[in-house]
Write a protein that binds this ligand. Structure first.
Ligand code: XMP
Length: 512
């Protein structure tokens, strides 16, 4: 059985970041619901358990809890922030509500530079984010670190290998946080590490071959990184028995279908089938303005096209998709976990109930940057791996209001200008996504001596690690100014360009 660490989820975004860091240390880990029972956990045989942070307060009624028997399993446990507070509460420590929420950088004084803090004597910069704090640790625990305002910044019961930290070792603002996590994983929990992409490919190829046997798989390719990597992985596992289907759904970026054709019939050949279903999608979207309705229509139409293509190639029992780990966690949370659904991403939420295919989702344990690593390991070209994420519903969620052929053409033109000018900027490598959005309003302008009444394009550029949170990019004025001038001068039907300066949360990356 492979070595793994269980991260109990008390707030998805916290759990995901912890999980990424643990995997970066070469230890495979999985996020489990916070109410997993001790017997379920025993059956999975983790090496250690991490309790994530979360937005709730253990001093309030109805806060997410955990099976207290987990502390009796003899497994090493590390509670982070909320996880520390819950550990203290469950094991009989005392907690106090803070007068003010402490949020931001702090410096802790390490009292015991052993175990969790091995090699980390003295003062450490950390990132704190909490309202409550532990005023007295449970019996058997000692204080391992403190700050002037937080007596228990870290605590531990060395005998039972149960630890808690009030700060967040998983964020970059805790510069030595990874060393703390490594101390827990390797020195305390005895993990051996060594989880890597090469190993992942071998396991995934084996799993695909076992599942598919001599069957056929179709793989919906969207032009984005994830589905391309899925296709490459399936190609490695079953060769010609996988058909990658790239559907031109009428809401692609300009020139996209050609680029896909060039790459996957040229430098990285795959069994590729390009289907032009643009009219079918645009007809289905006619008159629809509700964002969720658009997503559902697109999800359904994709499946109709896949069904038809599967029949055309003589049948396929499986449909492969590029679902990633955060999608799975988000949809799991939507079913009653500690955080809410924001949008139904079509490759998880929008599939019809009567799907005729069995789904294969070989990336469902990976984060986005891990998918790029996987693609690199499979020898895929950087031009595909470095592509910005593009939503399955395409430009339909960037055309606010009704999607028409005319609107698609305007947005494709405007988007191409954004891409070209952004790619010329030397900060482009740090941009997660940059794109144009067509707004459903018209404004007055003047061109020459003519009054115009035309469309507005919003430009959005964000930085992000995994799409869960994002900051708007401080694109230099001269780049913005070239984007604006080119769109207004070169794209018919647009007389105004605005720049979106909102971060996620509270906004989302896409406008719909
Ligand atoms: P939001 O807008 O939720 O987007 O902040 C987060 C990331 O997900 C992409 N996105 C989607 N991807 N189907 C997809 O495959 C969808 O329906 C969808 N909606 C948003 C978005 O581009 C961003 O990278």
């Amino acid at each position: 059985m492979r070595e793994f660490v269980a991260v109990l989820d008390f707030g998805s975004q916290y759990a995901q970041l912890i999980s990424r860091r643990i995997r970066e240390c070469g230890v495979y880990c999985e996020i489990l619901p916070h109410d997993v029972t001790s017997s379920e956990l025993v059956a999975m045989a983790p090496r250690a358990v991490v309790l994530s942070g979360g937005p709730a307060s253990v001093l309030e009624e109805g806060h997410p809890g955990m099976d207290a028997a987990i502390f009796d399993l003899g497994l090493p446990v590390l509670g982070i922030c909320y996880g520390l507070q819950l550990t203290a509460k469950v094991l009989g420590g005392r907690l106090e509500r803070g007068l003010a929420r402490e949020y931001g950088p702090a410096t802790i004084e390490v009292d015991t530079p052993l175990g969790l803090f091995q090699g980390l004597a003295g003062r450490l910069d950390v990132w704190m984010s909490h309202g409550d704090h532990v005023s007295s640790p449970p019996a058997g625990f000692t204080v391992l670190a403190h700050t002037p305002t937080c007596q228990v910044a870290a605590m531990g019961n060395e005998g039972k290998k149960i630890y808690g930290v009030q700060f967040h070792p998983e964020v970059v603002h805790t510069p030595r946080g990874t060393e703390i996590l490594k101390n827990f994983l390797f020195a305390i929990a005895g993990c051996t590490g060594g989880w890597s992409m090469k190993g992942f490919i071998e396991e995934a190829v084996e799993a695909i071959r076992t599942e598919v046997k001599d069957g056929r798989v179709i793989c919906g390719m969207s032009g984005g990184v994830d589905s391309a990597v899925v296709a490459a992985l399936l190609n490695r596992a079953i060769g010609e028995r996988m058909t990658a289907i790239f559907v031109d759904n009428g809401v692609l970026r300009g020139g996209e279908a050609d680029e896909i054709r060039r790459t996957f019939t040229g430098s990285y050949p795959l069994n590729l089938d390009i289907v032009d279903a643009s009219d079918r999608f645009l007809d289905a979207l006619a008159g629809v303005t509700d964002p969720e309705e658009k997503r559902k229509i697109i999800g359904r139409t994709f499946i109709d096209v896949f069904n038809a293509e599967a029949a055309r190639i003589g049948g396929a029992e499986f449909l492969a998709q590029g679902t990633l780990y955060p999608d799975i966690i988000e949809s799991r949370s939507a079913k009653g976990g500690p955080s809410a659904t924001i949008k139904s991403h079509h490759n998880v939420g929008g599939l019809p109930e009567d799907l005729q295919f069995r789904l294969i989702e070989p990336l469902k344990e990976l984060f986005k940057d891990e998918v790029r690593m996987l693609g690199r390991e499979l020898g895929m070209p950087e031009s595909i791996l470095q592509r910005q994420p593009f939503p399955g519903p395409g430009l339909a969620v960037r055309i606010l209001g009704e999607v028409t052929k005319e609107n698609v053409a305007i947005l494709q033109e405007a988007d191409a200008r954004v891409q070209e000018e952004m790619a010329r900027w030397d900060g482009y490598g740090g941009v997660w996504q940059s794109f144009a959005v067509l707004l459903p309003v018209k404004t007055v302008g003047v061109m020459g001596d003519e009054r115009t009444y035309a469309n507005v394009i919003a430009v959005r550029a964000v930085q992000s690690q995994d799409g869960m949170t994002a900051d708007w990019v401080k694109v230099p004025y001269d780049v913005l100014s070239r984007i604006s001038a080119r769109i207004i001068n070169e794209v018919q039907g647009v007389n105004r360009v605005v720049y979106d300066i909102s971060s996620k949360p509270p906004s989302t990356i896409e406008w719909e």
